[in-house]
Design a protein around this ligand. Structure first.
Ligand code: ADP
Ligand code: ZN
Ligand code: MG
Length: 496
């Protein structure tokens, strides 16, 4: 049993059921720009420590910021993609605090005039669709990274890498509309998918391009007011988000049940210990002495700009699901599977352009291809079978040159060897037997071998027909055309 589950087991399910959890997420995504938000330094991940820095992002005296227009375009695109209203006028504000990883002494963020407000996302949990409100989307710059481990003198010293300083982020704040860890998980999944689809962010959680803080409170079911919340930080994976929320909900219920009060504070998810721990008492907006950044002009977004952002918007996941169903006649389920990532959806459509029939492409990709990719731990981008190669194989199955069963064997070989379908079919002798006299010869042998079953069949036992089909298919190693086998067997069995 995990530690989280152990802690949970202290509170009975009956008691847990009397409470309701309330969750709001604050999600930070790194914008996919080549350069930082206010200087020309590279945003490339993995560069030598402190190599991507300059006087601006190091906050040296006299250095002046210059706003990256590409960052604004991506932030506007994200705003529209999550249904937010773009503010005509927004403005950067300085959020002042001291921390070693923040050389400027303030973070450039937005406060009273965010870039966009009031949007919503739809999530699906337990077969039901739920609308989750979005309060706001604003832009900000990232801080550096303190390194407390991994150096010979880490017991005495900490190191700082300023490469991330000034990297452009968006923060998306949800309403407290989520009611369970599974809903928070679904919300983050949908949001991540949209940000990836729109190429706003690569959302790489290991590299810190997508980060999530969770605000959590609990209250007795039906209570009119929200409870006191704690903010849990350091949730850099979906698993941590779910585990931390489960832990925190149970902890707060435990506090209330034992007559205590939840303290408004910032907590940290301790991965190793599997629990949330107090980090600092809650800071309030006034602690940060926000004020408009005098070095940066207000951002004015005209209706024309909004229209242009809308025009350049890539197709969103929901629209793609609907289009795949209507355009290709595939099921809602297949459409959802095939649109999971934009790369997978593109692969599917590329195979169709290369001549694959849509329905069989849908089923081969969602079953055979994904199964093999998963087993190999590969991403669709690394798929050894090109869309055109898949289309070639499917055309052969469709035309009856090989059976579907052989097709699967061929596909496996294509996946493992990167060879083409024609080459493998020739080498393995898998061409479908449509030669009726060859099938008839085998059918007669099979029938002659089983007089008992022939008698049963003639006595009206239709079920044994399957037995004969199975025998013929076995003799032909699955390469006989199933329709031809059926017809020939019926004829052979009818002769007396
Ligand atoms: P703060 O002033 O502490 O920053 P906000 O009102 O700005 O709080 O909300 C921050 C986040 O916390 C939002 O995602 C919001 O939905 C969420 N939130 C607000 N109140 C609660 C609550 N009582 N329980 C859970 N989440 C909450
Ligand atoms: Zn710089
Ligand atoms: Mg706030």
């Amino acid at each position: 049993m995990s530690r989280t589950a152990q802690e949970a087991s202290r509170i009975s399910p009956e008691v847990m059921a009397r409470y309701e959890a309330v969750i709001g997420l604050e999600v930070h995504a790194q914008l996919l720009t080549k350069t930082k938000a206010f200087c020309g330094c590279s945003t490339k991940f993995g560069a030598a420590p402190n190599s991507n820095t300059c006087p601006v992002c190091l906050g040296l005296p006299g250095a002046l910021p210059l706003f990256n227009k590409r960052a604004l375009e991506l932030a506007l695109r994200a705003s529209l993609a999550i249904g937010c209203k773009i503010q005509e006028r927004s403005r950067f504000a300085r959020k002042n605090y001291f921390y070693p990883d923040l050389p400027k002494g303030y973070q450039i963020s937005m406060y009273e005039l965010p870039l966009a407000t009031v949007g919503a996302l739809e999530i699906e949990v337990g077969g039901e669709t739920k609308r989750i409100g979005i309060t706001r989307l604003h832009m900000e710059d990232d801080a550096g990274k303190s390194l407390h481990e991994g150096f010979p003198d880490s017991d005495r010293l900490s190191y700082i890498d300023f490469n991330r300083c000034g990297v452009p982020l968006i923060e998306i704040v949800s309403e407290p509309d989520l009611r369970a860890p599974a809903e928070a998980y679904a919300y983050l999944t949908v949001l991540k998918q949209i940000l990836e689809y729109t190429e706003v962010s690569d959302c790489n959680m290991e590299e810190g391009s997508l980060r999530c803080d969770a605000n959590v409170s609990v209250r007795l079911r039906g209570a009119p007011k929200l409870g006191t919340k704690a903010e849990v930080k350091n949730l850099n994976s979906f698993r941590y988000l779910a585990h931390a929320l489960e832990y925190e909900i149970e902890r707060q219920i435990g506090v209330l049940e034992s007559g205590g009060a939840v303290v408004q504070e910032t907590r940290l998810w301790n991965v190793a210990a599997g629990r949330t721990e107090p980090m600092r008492s809650k800071e309030f907006a006034h602690d940060y002495r926000y004020f408009p950044d005098p070095d940066l002009l207000p951002i004015v977004v005209t209706q024309d700009t909004v229209a242009e952002v809308r025009r350049l918007m890539p197709e969103l996941p929901g629209a793609k699901v609907a289009r795949f169903q209507s355009e290709y006649g595939i099921s809602a389920y297949d459409a959802v599977v095939l649109t999971d990532t934009r790369a997978l959806a593109d692969y599917f459509e590329a195979s169709i352009r290369a001549g694959a029939p849509a329905k069989s492409a849908a089923s081969w990709i969602s079953v055979e291809l994904l199964r093999r990719l998963n087993a190999a731990g590969k991403d669709i981008a690394e798929c050894p079978v090109e869309p055109a190669a898949l289309a070639e194989l499917l055309a052969k199955v469709e035309k009856g040159e090989i059976t579907a069963a052989s097709g699967k064997k061929v596909f496996a070989k294509m996946f493992d060897t990167r060879k083409g379908a024609a080459e493998i079919i020739a080498a393995e002798g898998l061409s479908q037997i449509t030669n009726t006299s060859a099938i008839e010869k085998i059918a007669r042998e099979v029938v002659a071998r089983s007089p008992d079953n022939v008698a049963k069949y003639r006595a009206g036992n239709e079920g044994v027909f399957k037995f004969f089909v199975g025998q013929v298919m076995r003799e032909t190693r699955g390469q006989a055309n199933p329709q031809a086998v059926n017809e020939i067997l019926k004829r052979v069995l009818a002769e007396s």
